[in-house]
Ligand binder design. Structure first.
Ligand code: G
Ligand code: G
Ligand code: MN
Length: 246
């Protein structure tokens, strides 16, 4: 019934302060209930299999939004779409991504797939093949919620990924908890030694951003810059070249 929408949360370069990515986050407004939080409806979609159709829609809508911004003369950064377990397990997962990119011409720099650490490590050999195939089409891959699952260190170097996203749990108390500083420092150094871009999630204060910059983290996401906002708002951000002050 066209009740789903994609909102986007920017990812920001910690050095330059500009927007370098946009994460698509599904929103559902029920006519009676009003906005339903994703934490409530996404698990139900996963249980019922509806996530296959909704996930396909999200991939296609994100690419369509990207192309529309481009057609409007803007230079949108890559759009990231979250992929759930059921989607990744499908035999036609790679074909679904290919279809969303509609034939691959000019597909580089358009799409990034976010896959949680715990999901990527399940059936890791099969996932490596699938993710290699989507990367060959020009899509990038990020490990989401890093640090909350358990990664096999022997696999992490073999995964065809571009980006590691440090889970919000490690960022939350970063400026108060020396233990979290040690963990985040180690994650950043692991990522850089594997030639990956590191993104810190859930940055809410300037102190957190400054510390992360000092620790050589590349990018961040969080309320300090912006929550997820509707596509029209993103278009404004891009027109104004919205960036982090200072
Ligand atoms: O920003 P927010 O409260 O919307 O996100 C809640 C959770 O819902 C996040 O863990 C996010 O990964 C998940 N989520 C949001 N949109 C999608 C989507 O399009 N597909 C999948 N699989 N998960 C999503
Ligand atoms: O699991 P995933 O990383 O895909 O989902 C992102 C989740 O984090 C969403 O629920 C989003 O609303 C939330 N989020 C994004 N930025 C912040 C932030 O700065 N603070 C808090 N508390 N939550 C955030
Ligand atoms: Mn995500």
């Amino acid at each position: 019934r066209r009740e789903l929408a994609l909102h986007y949360q920017p990812t920001v370069d910690l050095g330059k302060g500009n927007i370098v990515g946009l994460e698509a986050l599904m929103r559902w407004r029920d006519p009676d209930l009003g906005p339903v939080p994703p934490a409530r409806f996404i698990p139900v979609m996963e249980e019922t299999g509806l996530i296959l159709e909704a996930g396909r829609w999200a991939l296609e809508q994100a690419v369509a939004d990207f192309r529309r911004w481009q057609a409007n003369g803007l230079h949108p950064p890559r759009v990231a779409v979250n992929v759930s377990q059921l989607q990744l397990r499908q035999k036609d997962f790679v074909a679904t991504v290919e279809r969303a990119l509609s034939g691959a011409a000019g597909a580089a720099g358009v799409l990034e797939l976010e896959i949680t650490e715990s999901l990527i490590m399940q059936d890791v050999e099969a996932n490596i093949l699938k993710l290699k195939a989507v990367r060959d089409m020009g899509a990038e891959v990020a490990i989401d919620d890093f640090g909350t699952g358990y990664s096999s260190l022997s696999y992490i170097a073999k995964l065809p990924i571009n980006t590691l996203k440090i889970d919000r749990a490690f960022v939350m108390n970063l400026t108060r908890n020396p233990g979290d500083v040690s963990i985040v420092t180690t994650m950043i150094s692991l990522a850089h030694s594997l030639d990956l871009t590191v993104v810190a999630e859930g940055v809410e204060t300037l102190e957190q951003a400054n510390l992360l910059r000092l620790l050589k983290c590349d990018e961040f996401q969080g309320y300090l810059f912006s929550p997820a906002v509707p596509a029209e708002r993103i278009e404004q951000f891009l027109r104004e070249n919205k960036s982090l002050p200072g």
